[in-house]
Write a protein that binds this ligand. Structure first.
Ligand code: ADP
Ligand code: MG
Length: 696
């Protein structure tokens, strides 16, 4: 019966080959190897789960206080009650008087003496043998029984094809050198052990996944991951990108212009670069001088000044006659960049093109033409830059801002496009989300990381206040006096995930209410439904201080830069995540004036939301906030690549097993150098089709 049904349900869980089944390792174990007398079980069962057996001497269905079944078993030593608050008629039959049953559970003191509530029950002959290994409990989806999985796994472990694919091919010598003090079993032994650990196994280390057998498997997994990342790096190094060396090879342009774009921009900036910014510029400069594509991630907290770094890199590339592109995940953010680049580069005579999905066909075509002819030196836009049929005349640098906010699919597309021969160029990715070192090592081995670790000088910390929604009137009158001082403010409306329409409605409602309450000020409203040019018009007016209060949905979340806007009110702050509020709040505190962020919340507040708001009030340190976020959501989601992260590391916990990563890195290097033939087999074994996702 099960044989017919099992394959499809197992296949749905991805368990479609002996190898997949072998790698479906237990989540935990149950110890059914020991059988206590009932007397012994009553004693020990108060501290741990125990197994015992006896003959059923009574089976009663009671109706008070509620319907339940109480079964009493007996052996030579004692009697024990088993209580079932839910039960099927089949269970009544299974536990009929006179049957010998084996039960497993915890013992507690009931009204009628010691009892087990909902033990696991098996009807067996009194002398039925005990298993000699611990019983594995497998991760399962609903509707698949442990018995079905166990049977399939044990069958797979005996499959001759599996023996072959698990054959140890990592050279012993390599292990001996890398892991002198680790007495790890070979892979096949490790996997067999994990499925069928002997009765005397160290259950704690099995449970905590620190047992040598687990280590062996974790190491294999990390090795596969590191190999594929390193291979991506090797492939990148084989590729060609223009080597751009400062002040070299600029002769042709020099005749045309006295001053380079880079010098011109530096001179025109109203501020001096911070030390951190200068360091990052040097790192980028070094990468650009190489003849293979740069692949650098620039990490810097909200407001740390990443844009100017991108602009300087672009200037360098343009000085050498190449095009530079800047891409952002949303229209608003891309537009901000476009305006900023116009402000900085147009006076220097740079031709700038704008390309987004929402451009009218005619304008899009025009933009594509100037990009293709090379007339446009700097191109700013959304990911339309890679999606639409755009070909660049001579692209030297692609900057991808807020990289993690692009979806996994978009990032894959970008990788494929930017990595394709048409498109080889230097790449600079930027993000405000700090990535812990262990994560960077495992997800991004093929990535150089630069960090801006200090904010520009003169910034005043943003003071954050947490306020109940019932004090809305007070907040509005505070807003009034703020605006009266000539300052500007944001009013951010709640995120409503279920419905964009409702989200829009609440924004419109708030806008109307504020307009009535504060008629003396000019207000604007931006939301996702506005057309690009309408949005741009409102943003431009806000920037020019023609609008004092900007009511917005979360479309302003990233990158908007208006230094005179120093107050932000966030409605229903309890609905936002850590990163979102941190990003939003980063819109204020950009100038030298005191800035305030008011987090309004509606009750009731969940424990998690309360803690979140409290943390956000106490700190504005992006690293602290990211860490809280990480412990809450797990690494994959933080990087916006849940799928890839989860699929990649099934047995490794980045926090617990950080030290293994380094070992795996070293082993990967050695294998790639000395044992190239093994590399393919190893990857095939571990990653199969998942390898592609790694690159996103
Ligand atoms: P983010 O890193 O969040 O993208 P931006 O690049 O938008 O930050 O910079 C935030 C603000 O800081 C901008 O107004 C920018 O002009 C300003 N800024 C950048 N670098 C400096 C600096 N070295 N000194 C003073 N202000 C700076
Ligand atoms: Mg930015």
């Amino acid at each position: 019966m099960t044989t017919k049904q099992a394959p499809s349900t197992l296949q749905k869980m991805g368990l479609d080959s002996p190898m997949a089944l072998a790698l479906h390792l237990p989540a935990r174990y149950e110890d059914e190897t020991e059988l206590l007398t009932i007397e012994g079980a009553i004693q020990q069962g108060r501290f741990s789960t125990v197994q015992t057996q006896g003959i059923v001497i009574r089976n009663q269905v009671l109706f008070r206080p509620r319907r339940q079944m109480v079964v009493t078993i007996e052996d030579k030593t004692e009697t024990l009650n088993l209580r079932f608050l839910n039960f099927y008629p089949s269970q009544q039959k299974q536990m009929a008087v006179g049957v010998n049953i084996r039960v497993r559970g915890d013992v507690r003191e009931g009204f009628q003496g010691p009892e087990m509530v909902h033990p696991t029950v098996r009807a067996v002959t009194p002398d039925a043998p005990l298993p000699s290994s611990l019983t594995p409990v497998y991760p399962a989806s609903a509707g698949v029984s442990q018995a079905v999985i166990r049977k399939a796994v044990f069958q797979a472990l005996r499959d001759p094809s599996l023996q072959e694919s698990l054959v140890e091919f990592l050279p012993n010598k390599l292990f001996a050198e890398l892991l002198p003090s680790h007495d790890w079993p070979n892979l096949q032994a490790a996997i067999t052990y994990l499925h069928q650990p002997p009765a005397d196994a160290n259950t704690q280390s099995l449970f905590e996944r620190t047992h040598p057998a687990w280590r062996r498997v974790q190491f294999e997994e990390l090795l596969a991951q590191q190999i594929s990342l390193k291979r991506a790096l090797a492939i990148r190094r084989e590729r060609h990108a223009p080597s751009i060396i400062k002040d070299k090879g600029r002769s042709r342009d020099k005749k045309r212009q006295e001053e380079s774009f880079e010098e011109g921009l530096l001179k025109a900036l109203p501020f001096k670069l911070t030390k951190a910014q200068e360091r990052v510029c040097l790192e980028i400069s070094n990468d650009l001088s190489k003849s293979f594509p740069m692949n650098r991630l620039l990490q810097g907290d909200v407001g740390s000044g990443k844009t100017v770094i991108a602009a300087l890199a672009a200037a360098r590339v343009m000085d050498h006659g190449y095009q530079a592109a800047i891409m952002a995940p949303t229209e608003i953010l891309a537009e901000q960049h476009y305006l900023k680049m116009k402000e900085w580069f147009e006076p220097l005579g740079v031709q700038i093109a704008w390309l987004s999905g929402s451009l009218k066909a005619k304008n899009k075509k025009l933009a594509q033409e100037v990009i293709e002819s090379g007339q446009a030196q700097l191109i700013v836009g959304t990911h339309a830059l890679i999606q639409e049929n755009v070909s660049f005349a001579k692209l030297g640098l692609a900057v991808i801002d807020e990289q993690h906010r692009f979806g996994v699919r978009q990032r894959l597309e970008m990788q494929q496009r930017v990595g394709s021969e048409l498109f080889y160029c230097h790449q600079l990715m930027m993000t405000a989300t700090p990535i812990p070192r262990t994560l960077a090592m495992t997800y991004y081995a093929d990535l150089e990381v630069s960090i801006i670790d200090a904010l520009p000088p003169g910034r005043k910390p943003i003071s954050t206040k947490v306020v109940k929604a019932s004090r809305r009137e007070e907040v509005i009158s505070g807003l009034q006096s703020w605006l009266s001082r000539g300052l500007q403010a944001y009013w951010v409306c709640p995120l409503i995930e279920e419905s964009e329409a409702i989200q829009l409605q609440t924004a419109v409602d708030s806008f109307e209410q504020l307009r009535q309450a504060l008629p003396e000020f000019k207000m604007g409203l931006v939301h996702g439904r506005l057309k690009a040019d309408e949005k741009a018009a409102v943003m431009a007016a806000f920037k020019a201080n023609e609008i004092q209060l900007l009511v917005a949905t979360t479309v302003i979340e990233v990158g908007v830069d208006v230094p005179n806007a120093t107050l932000m009110v966030i409605e229903h702050a309890e609905r936002f995540g850590y990163a979102q509020i941190h990003q939003l709040r980063g819109r204020v505190g950009r100038g030298s004036a005191d800035s305030v962020c008011i987090l309004m919340y509606a009750e009731p507040l969940s424990v998690a939301a309360k803690e979140r708001l409290q943390t956000l009030r106490e700190t504005s340190d992006g690293f602290v906030i990211a860490e809280r976020d990480l412990s809450l959501r797990g690494p994959g989601e933080l990087l916006g690549a849940k799928q890839s992260g989860d699929a990649m590391l099934r047995f490794v916990d980045l926090q617990r097993d950080a030290w293994l990563i380094e070992l795996a890195q070293q082993a990967a290097e050695r294998l790639l150098k000395d044992h190239t033939a093994l590399v393919e087999r190893h990857l095939e074994r571990w990653l199969g089709s998942r390898a592609e996702f790694l690159k996103a």
